[in-house]
Design a protein around this ligand. Structure first.
Ligand code: ADP
Ligand code: MG
Length: 484
């Protein structure tokens, strides 16, 4: 996994660069006051400015610029003091203006990087830029026969397009990058991250080459809106390109779509060059000027970022890097951890339970941390009872179930009511062990004759005889003593 050699697919190196459209969570459009809310009746949310009707003028949304600054700060990018809006000209039914307002030569966010762990290897993907632009409308096909419907509600919705260098070398790395970027944009509150609704969509540029050779010709897989499809689409595309090359065909630069039903990518159109778009500075919009004082102001309002927070969790609570990364999936999860860990002083135990039982139940019920029914204080109380030896880890799971289902709210009351207290009386334990040994003399003999397996069997029998209430460590210790 760690050597780059083992990453080759049939002797080819995979090269991937991403363009991600993050929809900015502003109330109104990027150049107008029309609302951005999702799911309204078609064509009720685009105003004259969004459609560029004669006599209208676009006005920059300050909130969208502030979100661009936040992203730039989070990614360690340069925030341009002056950037320029340009018209990207093309014809498409969902683009009533005949052009899209975007940024071309001078984008607002320049450079920066995204770092993340792939297994235990740290990866860094360099960013080229992130620019502000408006979204287009949407073509609707399903409800129409032999026709297309056009819904312009989305026209003018603010987007940041975030572009990487071609730094990724596998589908797994690409997915890990996209997940990290998704985490960052939602964490800093610039994008709601809702992939089904299209708030975060990725275009994956994929090529293959012989190691050390020139970059191969890329094909761009458009609009990947789930991490699962992302992985499948890239894997398919890589296999397809290698097959073409092996069969002696050159790859043509193209834009392709992934079809989740067939698991295949299909060419949509041959790729335009930038020159085809006839970019030119938008005469209706002055350059975007961002003063240093504004950047400083936004900097002062930035939350602790996931990477920084993970490092702090390692420092403060002595957690392994893996735990810290997992717990910083969302601000809600990190806060839940910290509240519980501080309340009971058992950071690693709390971490194990959040990554284990809590996540398992949340996943099973397709909920996230905002809907967790066991409070951090309850979890802390339960961890305290494991730590002081009152209950075993297994018995604690039964208590947890009661808390989760809402059947009970107080940890100690559940432990009492269900008789889950661990047996900490060594006299009673010795008695049980004596009985088990007497009733299983052949097993005792086997152990003494050198069969280690017999020991585990005896531990199991003692645990059973104690109805699970014996402390397993104590059983181990006392049994070993007695068998000597
Ligand atoms: P465009 O905007 O026309 O799609 P760019 O040159 O801006 O083109 O590149 C878009 C993306 O494609 C970037 O993320 C870049 O890293 C990636 N890319 C460029 N060349 C390759 C290549 N040969 N293989 C894979 N990705 C590439
Ligand atoms: Mg592109």
């Amino acid at each position: 996994m760690n050597s780059s050699k083992s990453l080759l697919v049939q002797g080819y190196e995979v090269v991937i660069g991403f363009e991600t459209h993050a929809q900015l969570s502003t109330q109104s459009k990027i150049f107008s006051r029309a609302p951005t809310a999702f799911g309204a009746e078609p064509n009720t949310q685009a105003c004259a400015v969004d459609l560029a009707l004669p006599g209208t003028l676009p006005v920059m949304n300050r909130g969208a610029v502030e979100k661009a600054i936040r992203l730039g700060l989070a990614l360690g990018s340069h925030i341009a003091e002056q950037s320029v809006f340009a018209r990207k000209n093309y014809f498409y039914p969902d683009l009533p203006k005949g052009y899209q307002i975007s940024q071309f030569e001078i984008p607002v966010v320049q450079g920066g990087e995204v770092s993340f762990f792939l297994g235990d290897e740290k990866k860094t993907v360099r960013l080229v830029r992130a620019h502000l632009e408006e979204d287009a409308g949407k073509s609707l096909h399903e409800a129409f026969h032999g026709m297309s419907g056009i819904d312009l509600n989305r026209a003018g919705t603010p987007l940041l397009e975030i572009v990487t260098e071609p730094d990724m070398r596998s589908s797994a790395e690409a997915v890990a990058y996209a997940k990290e970027l998704h985490k960052i944009v939602t964490w800093i509150g610039v994008c709601d991250g809702n992939m089904q609704e299209g708030s975060f969509r990725c275009d994956a540029n994929v090529s293959v080459r012989k190691p050390g050779g020139e970059l191969g010709t890329r094909r761009e897989i458009k609009n990947l809106n789930s991490f699962k499809f992302m992985q499948q689409a890239i894997d398919y595309e890589v296999r397809w390109q290698i097959e073409q090359i092996e069969d002696g065909h050159a790859i043509q630069q193209a834009t392709v779509l992934f079809d989740p039903d067939t698991g295949e990518t299909r060419a949509m159109r041959t790729k335009e060059d930038a020159a085809d778009y006839r970019y030119f500075p938008d005469p209706d919009l002055p350059p975007l000027v961002i003063g240093r004082d504004w950047v400083e102001l936004v900097k002062g309002e930035m939350p602790e970022l996931p990477r920084q927070m993970a490092e702090r969790l390692v420092q403060t609570y002595g957690l392994p890097e893996y735990d810290a990364t997992t717990l910083t999936q969302s601000p809600a999860m990190a806060a839940y951890f910290e509240t519980a860990a501080q309340a009971c002083g058992q950071a690693k135990l709390v971490s194990n339970w959040i990554m284990g039982e809590v996540s398992r139940r949340l996943n099973a019920e397709e909920r996230d941390m905002s809907g967790v029914p066991v409070s951090a204080a309850q979890l802390a109380a339960l961890m305290g009872r494991i730590a002081d030896g009152t209950v075993s880890n297994n018995a604690a799971k039964q208590v947890f179930e009661s808390l989760w289902s809402g059947e009970a709210t107080d940890v100690d009351v559940v432990i009492e009511a269900k008789g889950l207290k661990q047996m900490n009386d060594s006299g009673a334990l010795e008695k049980i062990i004596g009985e088990v040994m007497a009733a299983n003399a052949p097993m005792v003999e086997q152990f003494r004759a050198g069969k280690d397996k017999a020991f585990n069997a005896l531990v199991g029998l003692v645990m059973k005889a104690s109805k699970g209430k014996a402390n397993p460590q104590q059983v181990n210790d006392v049994l070993r003593q007695k068998l000597q």
